[in-house]
Design a protein around this ligand. Structure first.
Ligand SMILES: *[C@@H]1O[C@H](CO)[C@@H](O)[C@H](O)[C@H]1NC(C)=O
Ligand SMILES: *[C@@H]1O[C@H](CO)[C@@H](O)[C@H](O)[C@H]1NC(C)=O
Length: 341
């Protein structure tokens, strides 16, 4: 009787050991794809250059797998936006265009602007900010992104906070008008029902990658305006708000040659950047052309997004006139688009 017990407990000890070593291995150098994906259940070993799928170091590359590819191959990638790389929008918004040229677009506090507008993709940014007494313009930051893609409306925002804590998640999401919860935790993933929008947490909190299938990948990180920034730039921020905002870097896979938007236009093959080289803080204007009347509106005077081309993948010529103003289609109803009669 007692020897039986010993055998049994030895047996379970061995099982426990195997289990523990498997868990350790899985954390160290295997990538696990989520349940709903094609590569679910496969043992995918991370490359030597990035042995871990998760890193606390902002600049480190981590192991990643496109879990919906048939190859299920791992690769190394940066998970945080590189604010010095093309396609970035960080700080008081400092953009780096598709052409690699740095420019500032200040917009206005509490207003929304078209950052990228193409026939099948619209990305707006909501700006927050502050204007110290006696100053001619607001200091601004990008607080939220609103995305129109394949009939979907997706938004992501940095939640307001009096003081910053990296122990708190400051991300809030919505999908087609409903709040969306993406549980905290590295490698937590949400897919839209059609699998064309993916939100992937790449750190426990405050950092995600949003993938719009075949169209764009957006790396997003939430940060505050620090006391140091406040001092160096003399923002004179009021107490009680740390102006949490987004650091963003976009990668685009399918822009048309007529793409517009504050950042989008810099991806046009024929774009001639009006920024003069040698200017310390080149500012691009165009507030009136890019202003939208809500975070998820596709209407502005330079906006190109149209639901038709957004839903079927045909490349349209993206003509500016007509696309958004035709309100005869029922599909536009309730979409937050203003119809000019
Ligand atoms: C900082 O801004 C305040 C106004 O908000 C102004 O009075 C002050 O002169 C500025 N300081 C510097 C060093 O520019
Ligand atoms: C910007 O968008 C938000 C959310 O859609 C809206 O509440 C706000 O009124 C907009 N701001 C302006 C100035 O239109």
């Amino acid at each position: 009787m007692s020897s039986m017990k010993v055998i049994r407990s030895r047996y379970s000890f061995v099982i426990l050991l195997i289990f523990v070593s498997a868990v350790i291995k899985a954390n160290a150098d295997y990538f696990k794809c989520p349940k709903a994906s094609l590569c679910y259940g496969k043992l995918i070993e991370c490359p030597k250059g990035c042995p871990s799928a998760y890193s606390k170091n902002k600049n480190a590359k981590v192991c990643n797998v496109n879990c919906d590819s048939h190859s299920c191959k791992p690769h190394c990638k940066h998970t945080k936006p590189n604010c010095d790389g093309p396609g970035s929008a960080c700080h008081d918004p400092r953009f780096i265009g598709g052409d690699g040229i740095v420019f500032y677009f200040h917009g206005k506090s509490n207003e929304n602007f078209s950052l990228v507008s193409d026939s099948s993709l619209q990305i707006n940014g909501r700006f927050i900010g502050h204007r110290p007494a006696g100053r001619g313009r607001d200091f601004t930051w990008i607080q939220a992104l609103g995305i129109l893609f394949n009939y979907h409306k997706f938004s992501l925002e940095a939640t307001k906070a009096a003081t910053w804590s990296s122990e708190v998640d400051h991300l809030k999401f919505s999908y087609n008008g409903e709040d969306l919860v993406v549980p905290e935790g590295a490698l937590s993933v949400w897919y839209s029902p059609e699998k064309d929008v993916k939100v992937e947490r790449v750190a426990e909190k405050n950092t995600v990658i949003v993938t719009l299938k075949g169209s764009a990948e957006i790396m997003i990180n939430v940060v505050p305006v620090t006391k140091e920034d406040n001092r160096i730039h003399n923002y004179s921020l009021p107490a009680g708000d740390c102006f949490t905002h987004l650091e963003v870097q976009f990668k685009f896979f399918a822009l048309s040659p007529t793409v517009d938007g504050v950042l989008g236009r810099t991806y046009r093959p024929d774009f001639e950047n009006p920024v003069q080289t040698g200017v310390a803080m080149p500012v691009l204007g165009g507030e009136d052309e890019y202003r939208t009347n809500s975070l998820l509106s596709a209407y502005c005077s330079t906006c190109l997004f149209s639901l038709e081309s957004g839903s079927n993948k045909e490349t349209t010529s993206g003509t500016k006139s007509g696309v958004l103003l035709d309100c005869t289609h029922g599909a536009f109803a309730g979409y937050g688009i203003i119809c000019k009669k």
